[in-house]
Design a protein around this ligand. Structure first.
Ligand SMILES: *[C@@H]1O[C@H](CO)[C@@H](O)[C@H](O)[C@H]1NC(C)=O
Ligand SMILES: *[C@@H]1O[C@H](CO)[C@@H](O)[C@H](O)[C@H]1NC(C)=O
Ligand SMILES: *[C@@H]1O[C@H](CO)[C@@H](O)[C@H](O)[C@H]1NC(C)=O
Ligand SMILES: *[C@@H]1O[C@H](CO)[C@@H](O)[C@H](O)[C@H]1NC(C)=O
Ligand SMILES: *[C@@H]1O[C@H](CO)[C@@H](O)[C@H](O)[C@H]1NC(C)=O
Length: 468
């Protein structure tokens, strides 16, 4: 932004900041909210943390979001909530392991000498990945799951104790996450974990829509990602060459960067590898994955909203039914008001895309060039799909909400990794929430537009891809 300003206004900007810095002592003691009491605390503490820039492979962290209050806005109570949660930390994703990590580890095994400088620790470093249980929940993943479960209990202390049934899919990593997630709940022994293995009443389509959709594949974005990786990976390789016994390929660079996330997530402490790369190299890594996810599960894949709507539509029906009959409907226990499903990394992005939760604020089309970083994108998957990343939907009753001012109103709010995120098309309620009526209209419109799940999903009948 600053670069595009004419030189004179840049000058003015610098001048303005100098003046206010000089002015600080004069105001100390008076009540100027904009001036930090200990301004140095705010101006000298910046440090870059790569663990916040690893889409898909970092331990859980709360997203910063937009600064909206995490608690219900004043005068509002959350009366129901539903969460879609990615499983906790695993040893490594199969495909990523084969493609990026294993080739690097193999070379490492054959070159234990010749490491120096920032890489000297590699001479003794051991991979934490146990390759006979790649996709299983790790011990620290289990601990983190219990922590996030406890957080939700505290956040919804009136709702969580009535939760009798939660959902997982057939994979052990979602089931094991579910089991650990509820350990801190006071009624943990009465919670039933249902494994969704059949599409009864559309359950599979809501929980793992991409596995019910033959036209979905993990391929989109691979080419763009490879182009981008070849570019930044080559320069990282050149920079690190003096400190190591072999030349890293661009894919090795990615593998090594992934190991920062996986090792930290497996051991529950920061991996030494994280310090090897520069901030700019981490930002390139982050973009390479945001780019991939944008094409695979985000705004660049026309299937994404189709795959996000089944869950949204089903939760919206549950919330509506609670209003009408005081019961969530379906086979849900009557007094359940908190709903929880464990799924995989693809699904929260589908939901976010269906609502535009990670769209840029401009009306411009989302753009993901493969030859440079789009720094101003809003699509930051590090904030949505770390292990245990989640998208939540809250129903709130608010005192001053009704448009006519004659009584309480009802609103819907979305949460990504504990931070509220407004729906771009509907944010007129308290705390930028969406009035329930408007929300139902929005979901109705979306569901109608995306009703043809089967038309778009089943169309490649002849070259049907294997469902995995
Ligand atoms: C259930 O909660 C109790 C008490 O907090 C705890 O000791 C126990 O380990 C938990 N059990 C399970 C299966 O989570
Ligand atoms: C899943 O069930 C829903 C609701 O019964 C149905 O509309 C949908 O076609 C089913 N999907 C698949 C892939 O069988
Ligand atoms: C988000 O951006 C995509 C791609 O530009 C666009 O197709 C979609 O309509 C936007 N979604 C919303 C809810 O604005
Ligand atoms: C970055 O993305 C935004 C929206 O996603 C788009 O408007 C903008 O043109 C893109 N910028 C670059 C430099 O690619
Ligand atoms: C929210 O809950 C509190 C405590 O139960 C209650 O006093 C208040 O009236 C509720 N507010 C609304 C808008 O329902």
């Amino acid at each position: 932004m600053i670069a595009s300003l004419p030189p004179t206004s840049l000058c003015a900007l610098l001048l303005a900041s100098t003046v206010s810095a000089v002015a600080v002592p004069a105001f100390s003691g008076s009540q100027h909210a904009q001036v930090p009491i200990k301004s140095q605390d705010h101006s000298q503490g910046y440090s870059f943390d790569p663990l916040l820039h690893l889409p898909g492979t970092s331990p859980y962290f709360d997203a910063v979001g937009f600064g909206l209050e995490h608690k219900a806005p004043e005068g509002c109570n959350v009366t129901a909530a539903s969460y879609l949660v990615r499983h906790g930390a695993i040893y490594a994703n199969d495909k990523e392991y084969e493609e990026y990590i294993k080739p690097f580890l193999w070379k490492l095994e054959n070159h234990r000498e010749g490491w120096s400088g920032p890489l000297s620790f590699m001479a003794k470093w051991q991979s934490p990945i146990e390759d006979d249980k790649l996709e299983e929940l790790t011990p620290s993943g289990a601990i983190d799951a219990a922590k996030v479960g406890k957080h939700l209990l505290e956040r919804y202390e009136d709702l969580v104790p009535n939760t009798k049934r939660i959902l997982a899919d057939k994979k052990s990593r979602t089931y094991d996450t579910a089991k650990n997630f509820i350990t801190a709940w006071p009624h943990n022994d009465t919670v039933e974990i249902v494994r969704v293995t059949k599409n009864k009443s559309g359950a599979m389509e809501e929980l793992i829509p991409h596995k019910s959709c033959d036209a979905f594949s993990k391929e989109p974005g691979a080419e763009q990602q490879a182009t981008f990786i070849n570019m930044y990976g080559a320069s990282v390789s050149t920079r690190l060459a003096p400190y190591m016994p072999f030349q890293l390929t661009p894919k090795d660079v990615v593998g090594l960067q992934q190991l920062c996330g996986y090792e930290s997530a497996i051991k529950g402490e920061r991996s030494e590898i994280c310090a090897v790369f520069t901030d700019a190299e981490w930002m390139a890594y982050e973009y390479a994955w945001d780019l991939k996810y944008a094409y695979m599960v985000g705004p660049m894949n026309p299937l994404s909203p189709y795959l996000g709507f089944p869950w949204l539509h089903a939760q919206s029906k549950i919330f509506q039914s609670i209003n009408e009959n005081g019961k969530p409907g379906g086979s849900w226990p009557e007094d359940q008001r908190f709903f929880l499903s464990f799924t995989h990394r693809e699904v929260p992005p589908f939901v976010a895309t269906a609502l535009g939760l990670f769209n840029s604020s401009s009306n411009a089309r989302e753009q993901f060039p493969a030859d440079h970083i789009n720094w101003t994108r809003a699509w930051h998957m590090a904030d949505l799909i770390p292990f245990l990343g989640h998208v939540g939907m809250e129903k709130m009753t608010c005192e001053r909400g009704a448009v006519s001012g004659d009584g309480p109103g009802e609103f819907i709010r979305f949460i990504a990794n504990t931070a509220p995120r407004p729906i771009p098309d509907c944010q007129t309620g308290p705390g930028a929430s969406c009035p329930l009526g408007d929300f139902e209209h929005l979901i109705g419109k979306g569901a109608k537009k995306h009703r043809d799940f089967h038309k778009v999903c089943d169309k490649n009948k002849e070259n049907k891809r294997k469902r995995d």
